[in-house]
Structures are given as C-alpha cells and as structure tokens.
Design a protein around this ligand. Structure first.
Ligand code: OOG
Ligand code: MG
Length: 260
C-alpha cells in the first residue's frame, strides 16, 4: 500500500504499533509530507485510538533538550498527545512484549490546574497554570526502524510515545527552582547521566509555554487536569529485560523502574 495521504500514513503507523513491527520512514514514500500535515496524521492516529476507547489525558513535548536533539539529529521540539493506556504505576515493570525497541528517559512532569491557551504564553504564565510538579520517566518506542526518522515522521508517530511513569510526590511550582532541579539517571546502580531542569529549553516552564503556543497553531490548547511531560532531560537509555533504572531528583523524589 502506497503511503501518500493522511489516512494511509496513520493506518501504517497504527498497524506497526499493533503488530510491534517497525516500518521505514513515511517521508521515504511521501517526500511532500510537511510539518502541518504531519500533525494531521498524528491527530488521525489519536482519533483512531479514542474511537477504540482510549482517552486523551495530557500533552507531551519531545526533543526539548540538547541531549535528545543531538541524539535524534533533529533540533526542533514537537508536541504529542498522552493517552490513558500510556500511564503505568511505578511498581509495574515495563512490558517488553508490548514494545518494539523501547528506550527510557527522565522527565519533569506537570499536572495542570488551569487551561493554557496560546499564542503568546510566557513561561511565567505557563508556570502559574501548573498545580504540581512530579518526577517522571517516559518509555519511548519509535515505530520507525532503528529510530531513523525526520521531523514529520516522528510528529506523525505521536513522538514515539509508548508509556510513562510519574512519582506520587507532587511539589508546588512555587516551592521549587526548576532551573536547578537535578536528576541522576542510573542503570543497574551506576549513574550514566545527570541534568538539571535548565536542560529543557532553559526551564521546563519554557517548554510548557512552547507547547501551548504550538498547539494554538493547530487550534488546540492544554486543559486543566492534563498531565504534561516536558521532554527527556538526558539521552534515552535502551531498555532490556531485568534492567534496573532509576531517576533520583533533588526535590521531586526518586523513581525505580524495571522491565520484563
Ligand atoms: C522522539 C520522542 C522525543 C523526548 O522527550 O524528547 C521525546 C524520540 O526520541 O524518539 O519523547
Ligand atoms: Mg519524552
């Protein structure tokens, strides 16, 4: 089947996820796929999932840190949707059988107390709309073979979303300086990367404002009660059976995750 329109592109992505079989870049066959159309493909993928009973519970940003941008070779942040089935309780192992090529990355997570609508949202306005800040881990799983994609591909693929974890501890944004909130990422007890909140667009609230402003271009906004993942603070780590992965934050608490 040739992939040259929104419907066929979304069907190819949905089939790849359902069958856990990676695919080649959409832009290989559909070189004219631009960013605006890619967000329409993403919306089509999400509507297919909501038609199956999934609910949208939040927004995520991707490629907001230098570490992620350099690794993926794309220097532009993007947004995607979080569905209810992406959420995993922290005592749940990452279900490897459901995934193609999972990687995990530590993130700072917001829960919103107010709607946030762009354009022209500032970081200060964005932070004022946040109820609480949490430690998070996102498990990404690109549907593209070896994570090889251009920006319109990864936007279409809902930014490689698969699962996420968040800590129970919620801290008021007024009680933190997120610029200096640090995380130590460890694999099997060995620290492999560190970062502070400044890694994400200078401040995670800048990333939140960026999400609100770019959603506005699609006629969309961030709603009160939504969960917002602000983007991987460090490079992502490949996930294998039995691995022990931790993210220890200065004030947000620690997450310890395994996979099976
Ligand atoms: C794209 C998803 C990026 C993040 O936090 O940067 C992302 C990818 O790396 O496959 O979720
Ligand atoms: Mg992420």
């Amino acid at each position: 089947m040739a992939v040259t329109d929104i419907k066929s592109a979304s069907e190819k992505l949905l089939a790849a996820e359902d069958s856990r079989t990676s695919i080649s870049r959409i832009t290989e066959e559909w070189s004219g796929l631009d960013l605006e159309t890619a967000y329409k493909v993403q919306r089509e993928v999400i509507s297919a999932r909501t038609a199956q009973g999934r609910k949208i519970i939040g927004t995520k940003l991707g490629l907001t840190s230098k570490a992620k941008q350099v690794r993926m070779g794309i220097n532009s942040p993007l947004t995607a949707k979080l569905l209810d089935n992406y959420y995993l309780a922290t005592d749940t192992p990452i279900p490897l059988a459901a995934l193609i090529q999972p990687r995990i990355e530590p993130e700072i997570v917001f829960i919103m107390k107010q709607d946030l609508r762009g354009p022209n949202v500032t970081a200060a306005q964005a932070l004022a709309a946040v109820e609480s800040v949490h430690a998070g881990f996102e498990v990404i799983d690109s549907r593209f073979t070896d994570y090889s994609f251009a920006l319109p591909d990864v936007v279409s693929d809902n930014a490689s979303s698969a699962y996420f974890f968040m800590g129970n501890k919620g801290v008021s944004p007024a009680d933190l300086d997120l610029t200096f909130e640090a995380v130590a990422l460890s694999v099997n007890g060995k620290c492999v990367a560190t970062a502070t909140g400044a890694a994400v667009q200078g401040h995670p609230a800048e990333a939140l404002a960026l999400a609100a402003n770019s959603l506005a271009a699609q006629g969309d906004y961030i709603r009160a009660g939504e969960i917002v993942l602000t983007g991987g603070l460090t490079d992502a780590i490949p996930v294998e059976a039995g691995v022990q992965i931790s993210a220890e934050f200065t004030n947000l608490g620690s997450l310890f995750i395994t996979a099976e």
